[in-house]
Every structure is written in C-alpha cells, then in structure tokens.
Design a protein around this ligand. Sequence first.
Ligand SMILES: Cc1cc2nc3c(=O)[nH]c(=O)nc-3n(C[C@H](O)[C@H](O)[C@H](O)COP(=O)(O)OP(=O)(O)OC[C@H]3O[C@@H](n4cnc5c(N)ncnc54)[C@H](O)[C@@H]3O)c2cc1C
Length: 321
Amino acid sequence: MPDNFEVPVSLPNTPIRHVRLLILGSGPAGLAAALYAARAELAPVVLSGTELGGQVSLTFTIENYPGFPEGVGGAELGDLFQKQAERFGARVEFASAYSVDLSQHPFKVGTDNGEVQAEVLIIATGASPIHLNIPGEAELTGRGISYCATCDGWFFKDKNVVVIGGGDSALEEGLFLTRYASSVTVFHRRDSLRAGVVLQKRALEHPKMKFIWNTIITEVVGKEKVEAVKTKNVQTGEEGLFQTEGVFVFIGHTPNTKIFEGQIEMEKGYVKVDNHMNTSVAGVYAAGEAADPNFRQVITSAGMGAAAAIEATKFLEKADG
Ligand SMILES: Cc1cc2nc3c(=O)[nH]c(=O)nc-3n(C[C@H](O)[C@H](O)[C@H](O)COP(=O)(O)OP(=O)(O)OC[C@H]3O[C@@H](n4cnc5c(N)ncnc54)[C@H](O)[C@@H]3O)c2cc1C
C-alpha cells in the first residue's frame, strides 16, 4: 500500500462486521497471537496483508527456530503457523487494513473486506525492506532489482549478481543466490560485516562470493533491465562502474505502522509497548517487528504475539466481568 494511500474507515456499500479480536498481520507475531487467541476460544480474525506468512515466508530456510534441528523452509514454517492457528478456529482473511480509528471503542478498522469493529486489536504488521532511494532503483525494480532472493533468485541462473548490505539477511540471501548465480558480489559500506559469526565464515569462505568493502551504490544503470551499478568508495571517493545483471538489496527494514500514526504512541516508527505488549491505547496490543527495533527474529516476534494474545484474553475476560 503506498504511504499516501488513504481510504475512509467506512467504505460505501460494504458491510460492517463486529469481531472480538482482530489481528493485523499474518507473520510469526500475528499467527502466534492467532494460535493463542483461538485456543482461548476468541475466534480471532487475522488480516494477512499482502504478504501471507510475513517476511518468514520469503526466506529460503530458517535454521534458528527451535524444534527443527535440520532447519525449516521459510514458506513451510509460515504455512505450519497458519494451519496450527486455523486448527483451533482462527480465521485468516487475505485483506489489508487501510485505516484505523482507535479513538472510540470498539475500534474501527477500514479493510479490503469492509469495516471491521474490534473489541481488541493486535498490531502485528511487521516491517518492509528499506529501499536505496537512488537513481534507477524505482524504474528497474522487478527488472533486475529485487528485495527477495528466495522469490527471484531462480531468474539469475549463471548470472553475476550484486548483494547490497552487511547484516544477517544480506549474507543469508547472498549464500542462497550462489545456488543459481555464477558470482555474488557483496557491496558493503563498512569494512566489516554485522552478520553473525557462523554466517560470516560461511559467506567469506564461499568460492562464489566476493566482497567489496567501504563502497556504496550510487545508481543502478540499465535501459530495459539492470546492466550495471555505479559505485563509490566512501573512504577514497573513487567512483566506478560494476557490470551486473541483478541487484539484491538487504539494507534493513522499516516498520509498517503508518496507519497508526497520531493514534497511538510510537518511537522512530515503532509502536511503543510495555513488557505486556500494551500500547498507549487500552485494548490495543502490538507484537513483532512493528513494535521491536531490537531483536527482529521469528522466535522473538512469535513470543511477542503469544504474549499479546494472552493479555488480550485477560482484557476481554475483564470486560465480560
Ligand atoms: C531475508 C530475511 C531472512 C531472515 N532470516 C531469518 C532467520 O533466519 N531467522 C529468524 O529468526 N528471522 C529471520 N528473519 C526475520 C524474520 O522473518 C522476522 O523477524 C519476522 O518475520 C517478523 O515477524 P512479524 O510477524 O513481526 O512481521 P512480518 O514477518 O514482517 O509480517 C508482517 C505481516 O503484516 C502484514 N501487514 C503489513 N501491513 C498490513 C496491513 N496494513 N494490514 C494487514 N496486514 C498487514 C504483512 O502482510 C505480513 O503478513 C529474516 C528476514 C528476512 C527479510
């Protein structure tokens, strides 16, 4: 949804529904919340947003989620989360929320499927990739620029690709790309990586991976598709042109919280929560990357989701007397 896209809470000719618990987002936080709320017999409704399963389902493999000693496919894990929540009565709808009104109770949420009025709301809208905001990026996205190796890696069979970033995601996805690409060159603006030690070792030792340090990309060049990137060494100022057919950007994420601005307390775009997942509005909870600038993992997001649902259950029990 574009940032400036505004839809009124109540769309004409759409029915208004009342639900006890509405969960925005179907990533690990949203689906873990749904599982706990469903088991508390709250019949939660989950709006999936445009990314069913969240970021995890775009990831090739997850090796650090407990219970899977051999690792688990990201899409498979997302699917398992959903099935487990549905088994107990959660309902996952393929729809997004466009607007919220938290000033009155029940809360009003404008969605693709009409207005939903919710007694309790759990915000689990996660985060989206940060863009480079350089010339050529918008024009060539989908024509060689990608933010998801699992989704697009296959298109770069025997091609030379570039990865931008130096954290866990950049290296994980870079390693995944070595399955297809003939070479993967990582451009990092610093002289050392932020990624975990195990991942660094694997990437630095991989014969298909190369690293160019202290260098940023200033422009993506190409007419119909990506042909090269313009580079600049941040220490020497030296500029260059690097031929490549694919550019994969992994420079971090920004929380999907625009629609809550002005209605709820936030800090640097993240919804502020206490350690019970309470937001500044009673009956509204937040979990996962929408509220977490620190850990940003599947397990921590799922944990926050579970905690939010436990608190939401208590809130409703109290309201019911
Ligand atoms: C490439 C990559 C590799 C990763 N590897 C690992 C790893 O190995 N291990 C690990 O633990 N973590 C990993 N992570 C991080 C992990 O995926 C995230 O921490 C986790 O998915 C966050 O869960 P979440 O539920 O908070 O949000 P997300 O997964 O971001 O899900 C957000 C959900 O909200 C929905 N949404 C957004 N806006 C709206 C709206 N307006 N209305 C309704 N729904 C909305 C989206 O469609 C989505 O379903 C990786 C991430 C990436 C990008």
